[in-house]
Design a protein. Structure first.
Length: 197
């Protein structure tokens, strides 16, 4: 099938890292970033990953007149009572960089022993066929790990350099994109979604 014939789906994000990961798994569709349509990102007013993903998918479908996928994901750290959670992308402030968010996590975990630094990445993907889709498809993935005391690795984005993957004895940022997609929270959710859309 020629790429021009592929089904087009708008992704309710301008995050290039997310777009790359999602397109790598959803081969049969063309993922278009919502930034291509000059629409404003929806305000994430939900208190859960599911609520925020639905808000973002609905906003994208409404403004682009295309089916939409939204991803709401984040890092949940047990020793921080679930923080940064739904505010992972803005943990250190509204316009905080990945590095600023990551440094805040490390600072908040100072003095916490390794065995108590358990954490997980959570990803909720929502697919809406149209704005008023009464039955959006919701897929969830969870990736267990530990938070390291320093950044290691150059791949990935966000908190990847401080997320230790025990099964691979590496940080997420040391994994190749293919290795990460095979086991990550987003990879898990995308595989579920790919079988449903």
């Amino acid at each position: 099938m020629a790429s021009t014939d592929k089904k087009k789906i708008v992704l309710a994000s301008g995050n290039l890292g997310k777009i790359k990961e999602i397109q790598a798994i959803l081969h049969d569709v063309t993922i278009l970033p919502q930034s291509q349509f000059n629409i404003e990102e929806a305000e994430e007013t939900g208190s859960t990953f599911v609520e925020n993903a639905i808000i973002k998918a609905r906003n994208a479908a409404l403004n682009c007149d295309l089916p939409a996928i939204a991803d709401d994901s984040g890092l949940v750290i047990d020793a921080l009572q679930g923080e940064p959670g739904v505010i992972s992308a803005r943990y250190a402030g509204i316009n905080a960089s990945d590095q600023e968010n990551l440094l805040k996590v490390l600072k908040n975990l100072e003095g916490i022993p390794t065995e108590q630094r358990t954490a997980r990445f959570v990803c909720v993907l929502v697919f809406m066929r149209h704005t008023n889709d009464p039955l959006p498809i919701i897929a969830q993935g969870i990736w267990e790990g530990l938070i390291m005391t320093e950044s290691i690795g150059e791949n990935g984005f966000g908190y990847d350099p401080i997320f230790w993957v025990p099964t691979h004895k590496k940080s997420s940022a040391q994994l190749s994109p293919d290795a990460k997609n095979a086991i990550s929270h987003r990879g898990q959710a995308l595989k579920i979604l790919a079988n449903s859309i």
